[in-house]
Design a protein around this ligand. Structure first.
Ligand SMILES: NC(=O)c1ccc[n+]([C@@H]2O[C@H](COP(=O)([O-])OP(=O)(O)OC[C@H]3O[C@@H](n4cnc5c(N)ncnc54)[C@H](OP(=O)(O)O)[C@@H]3O)[C@@H](O)[C@H]2O)c1
Length: 342
């Protein structure tokens, strides 16, 4: 099988580096272009990127020259976007128009009617929107998006609760610093502190799950009839978003029934390279999940849940720059490749 040529837009940032880590030795994709701002363009990747991951910078990309974020300068079939949302607004359609498949992390197009917002284990059928999108926009390429990092953790746990008649959800998040990007939060701000506000995060958490859990009828998505109320907070953790969730359900399941629903949630995607063995890992200890101990489960692609109590109340935790960002986009692209759409 010939490798699919892959580029990264915003390759030097917090999510961009996770993309490099995920794609440098990928069995299906070959990294051919790394793009970033004019500050970085023209430099080798090792000079442009201030590499901050525990894994070493992959040798295969160290000497690649960073190019500007321009469809004319990028050589790829699929581009993974880790651009700031305001920039993505203009750049992503330009790439889709030029024939690229764009797998985006940015929020710019997530809620557009004809653009799929997908978690492969939750709503793979929404990929059908790609045809609607290409027909309506006349693009040779397309845009597919993955949700906000907190949304993806929560919504992956809500999917198995839909069978109980999920009606409303309240969530309080404790979000890692890496979620704000490399220039997002200063040490002086976050050390010995909790910041009780993350711009636009609550709106995203309240809107995106309704689209993700909605019904696709072949033409459009009817949002799920659920009410989500979110309060989002930044805490001094490097990676891993933790969420306290309260879920009200018509059938009032017991904690044991909810535990079983999480345990049995096992959507098989067909052995995609980034697919974890278990999407949800149930922890029965009173003091789990914890970001430092559990964020790398399933190579960062599993979500850990625990403290399931009457109410129903529970804790969910997932790696925000892997399952919540780069890993999510790569899994979307793998799913597209597996069904011949890439
Ligand atoms: N961090 C997370 O957990 C997370 C999770 C889900 C989604 N997201 C979303 O993913 C996107 C990237 O987030 P991040 O945390 O990786 O941000 P970041 O660390 O600030 O990185 C931003 C990237 O965009 C590039 N860039 C900035 N301005 C540019 C310009 N004018 N032209 C071209 N490239 C430009 C930067 O290149 P230079 O290095 O050259 O400046 C860098 O590669 C955002 O939309 C964010 O909301 C982030």
């Amino acid at each position: 099988m010939e490798a699919v040529k892959a580029g990264i837009l915003g390759a030097t940032g917090a999510v961009g580096q996770r993309f490099v880590e995920a794609l440098a030795n990928h069995p299906w994709f070959e990294l051919t272009s790394l793009a970033a701002s004019e500050r970085s363009a023209g430099k080798t990747y090792k000079k442009a990127a201030d590499w901050r991951l525990d894994s070493p910078l992959p040798e295969s990309v160290a000497d690649l020259e960073v190019v500007p974020v321009d469809p004319e300068k990028v050589d790829a079939d699929v581009v993974f976007s880790a651009l700031p949302a305001d920039l993505a607004l203009g750049v992503e359609p330009a790439f889709a128009k030029a024939g690229f498949a764009v797998a985006s992390n940015a929020s710019a197009y997530r809620m557009e009617k004809d653009i799929p917002l997908v978690i492969p284990e939750v709503n793979p059928d929404h990929l059908g929107l790609l045809e609607v999108q290409q027909d309506s926009r006349g693009w040779d390429g397309y845009i597919i998006t993955n949700p906000n990092c907190s949304t993806i953790v929560m919504t992956s746990t809500l999917k198995p609760l839909m069978q109980f008649g999920l009606e409303s959800v309240q969530v309080a998040t404790m979000q890692a610093i890496s979620g704000a990007g490399f220039r997002g939060v200063s040490g002086m701000e976050i050390y010995d502190n909790v910041i009780p506000y993350i711009g636009n995060e609550e709106q995203k958490m309240e809107a995106e799950p309704l689209k993700l859990l909605g019904e696709f009828d072949g033409a459009e998505i009817t949002p799920a009839n659920i009410k989500v109320s979110a309060s989002c907070h930044r805490v001094p953790v490097i990676d891993g978003h933790t969420e306290a969730i309260w879920a009200d359900m018509r059938d009032a399941p017991t904690p044991e029934e909810v535990r079983e629903a999480f345990q049995n949630f096992d959507p098989k995607l067909g052995k995609l390279p980034s697919e974890p063995e278990k999407v949800l890992i149930v922890r029965d200890e009173d003091n789990r999940p914890q970001p430092r101990l559990d964020r790398n489960m399933g190579k960062g692609m599993s979500i850990s849940v625990g403290r399931i109590r009457e109410g129903i109340r529970y804790i969910a935790m997932g790696h925000n720059t892997i399952r919540g960002a780069a890993g999510a986009s790569v899994l979307n692209a793998e799913l597209l490749h597996s069904i011949g759409k890439l």
